[in-house]
Design a protein around this ligand. Structure first.
Ligand code: NAD
Length: 506
């Protein structure tokens, strides 16, 4: 395999990122695949961020007047450019985030899918017409563009999450200022170059419609505090959301929070264990446990525990760990040393509570000294407690037993996060209860598939400490627009609502 550096630089050139940008010094960009520093980038300053917001605000004044179906044409062109760049951008995702090849490509496919979705949406930004109680009146809802959208993203979906937000924002008439993760700046620069190609083909895109700010959380904080940013859409840890949410609220801005998950699957006595095994393996060890929807807790009925867990332990022991560019590899690297240390600390804590740990060790032979490859950990826990109750962003799957379905649901819901969930069962009553109001308390509740791997057509997001935001499909677009209720009187009298009388003289 070539070094990451040897691959990254030609990829950036092909994707259209000018050399001056990634050899400007300051912020090192490291590939988790080999641990090498692959580029040195110039970091934006707080003043750059304020300027970006100002030029986005100017772009808003022009873009909101472009008819929505015409804005949709821009998304159609962006989808075309992404199709052309898919192989290169997917490869860059692999090199910068450590995802296996099919997942890197899958992430770009998700961007294409949401562009297609936004094209359709461009003719469907519907408002209601509502029956009014007054004669000769009409009442309706109108949806208007909202304003500048600040998008703050996490390292683990370095490009798809931007697209969920940006495709909807652009079609809704809003400019986007993007603060990507400081751990994945290169893919962000590549996306910006792709957007600029689509914009050139469209013609007449206002400058400042799409901007990217390379750097750390201080830049995110500028977006959080600037009153000209109408919506802050922030994806990342719950710790980040705890800071961002109240700060945006303090200036009465709107926020959309997509935060951490601690996702579980329940395996019931009737489950198809072959299917469950595949679903569990993909959700738990795929993306090296670094998806917000990664399966972290497995709640298994005592009657099937001994039939399932030894088979799962075998999958864990044989899943190929390695350079994510290699065919057959299922588990790539962790993003960095901090992720590795967090994983080890959680395993120490689990052992102290009586947990039996399979795997979890570092694979030193892979990558360089600054690359962190681990065997995914399967941890049999005596109780649903300790580190089981929180998200550790690494491939650790805690397994606990249950005997009664009510207890399983109670355990399932007894964590702070509320993102994704699943149940493996062939029992119709259990399946329906799980997706009912007394079942899973998560934003995503699945039956006979794992908790990860969502499609863009549904609204994506979760409850409780996951932040409550919804992105991508369904009616998530409404977060990017403001609603006006309009009442029009086409009569000659002025009847008041609720029969109120207010007769004036003269
Ligand atoms: P992180 O919270 O460390 O950083 C995310 C982003 O927030 C980065 O761009 C960072 O610079 C910025 N940031 C951090 N503190 C900030 C502040 N006070 N003000 C403004 N910006 C700030 O998260 P990470 O390690 O990159 O990603 C992993 C986390 O993201 C996990 O918890 C994972 O579950 C979560 N995640 C959630 C979703 C979702 O849709 N719910 C999707 C992907 C990742």
């Amino acid at each position: 395999m070539p070094t990451a550096r040897d691959e990254v630089l030609p990829l950036l050139l092909r994707l259209g990122v000018p050399e001056s940008v990634y050899q400007a010094g300051g912020l090192p960009a490291r590939s988790p695949v080999t641990g090498e520093i692959v580029a040195e980038l110039r970091q934006a300053t707080a003043a750059d961020a304020a300027d970006a917001v100002a030029s986005a605000a100017e772009a808003f004044a022009a873009w909101r007047k472009v008819p929505a179906p015409r804005r949709g044409e821009f998304l159609r062109l962006l989808g075309e450019e992404l199709r052309t760049a898919k192989a290169d951008l997917g490869r860059l995702v692999t090199l910068e985030a450590g995802k296996i090849v099919s997942e890197g490509l899958g992430e770009v496919q998700e961007m294409i899918d949401v562009c297609d979705f936004a094209v359709g949406l461009s003719r469907q930004l519907y408002g209601l017409t509502i029956a009014t109680e007054r004669a000769d009146h009409r009442m309706m809802e109108t949806w208007h563009p909202l304003g500048v959208v600040g998008v703050i993203t996490a390292f683990n979906f370095p490009v798809a999450v931007w697209s969920w937000n940006a495709a909807l924002a652009f079609v809704c008439g809003d400019p986007v200022v993007w603060k990507p993760s400081e751990k994945t700046p290169l893919t962000a620069l590549a996306v910006q170059a792709i957007v600029e190609r689509a914009a050139a083909r469209f013609g007449g895109i206002p400058a400042g419609l799409s901007q990217v700010l390379i750097g750390g959380r201080d830049l995110g904080e500028v977006l959080v505090d600037d009153h000209r940013v109408a919506l802050v859409s922030a994806t990342g840890s719950t710790a980040m959301g705890r800071q961002v949410g109240p700060r945006v609220a303090a200036r009465f801005g709107r926020s959309l929070l997509e935060l951490g998950g601690n996702n579980a699957a329940i395996v019931a006595p009737s489950a198809d264990l072959d299917l469950a095994l595949r679903g569990i393996a993909f959700a738990a060890i795929g993306t090296a446990g670094q998806r917000c929807t990664t399966l972290r807790r497995l709640i298994v009925h005592s009657s099937v525990y001994d039939g399932l867990i030894p088979r799962l332990a075998k999958v864990y022991a044989t899943a190929k760990i390695g350079d994510p560019r290699e065919a057959g590899v299922l588990v790539g690297p962790l993003i960095d040393k901090g992720a590795y240390e967090g994983m080890q600390a959680a395993l120490v804590e689990a052992r102290k509570l009586g947990g039996v740990v399979h795997g979890g060790h570092r694979v030193e032979t892979l990558g360089g000294p600054e690359a962190f490859y681990v065997a995914p950990a399967l941890v049999e826990m005596p109780a649903h407690a300790g580190p089981v109750l929180r998200e550790t962003f690494a491939p650790i799957l805690y397994v606990v037993r249950y005997d009664d379905f009510d207890d399983a649901i109670a355990m399932h819901n007894a964590v702070g996060a509320g993102l994704s969930s699943s149940l493996f069962t062939l029992n119709m009553r259990e399946a329906e209860r799980f997706v009912s109001s007394e079942g899973s308390d998560c934003g995503i509740a699945n039956v006979n598939i794992g908790p990860s791997g969502a499609e863009i057509g549904g609204a994506f997001g979760g409850e409780k400490e996951t932040g409550g935001g919804r992105e991508a499909g369904s009616d998530a677009w409404k977060a990017y627009m403001r609603r006006a209720t309009n009442t029009i009187n086409y009569g000659t009298t002025l009847p008041l609502a609720q029969g109120v009388t207010f007769d004036i003289m003269g």
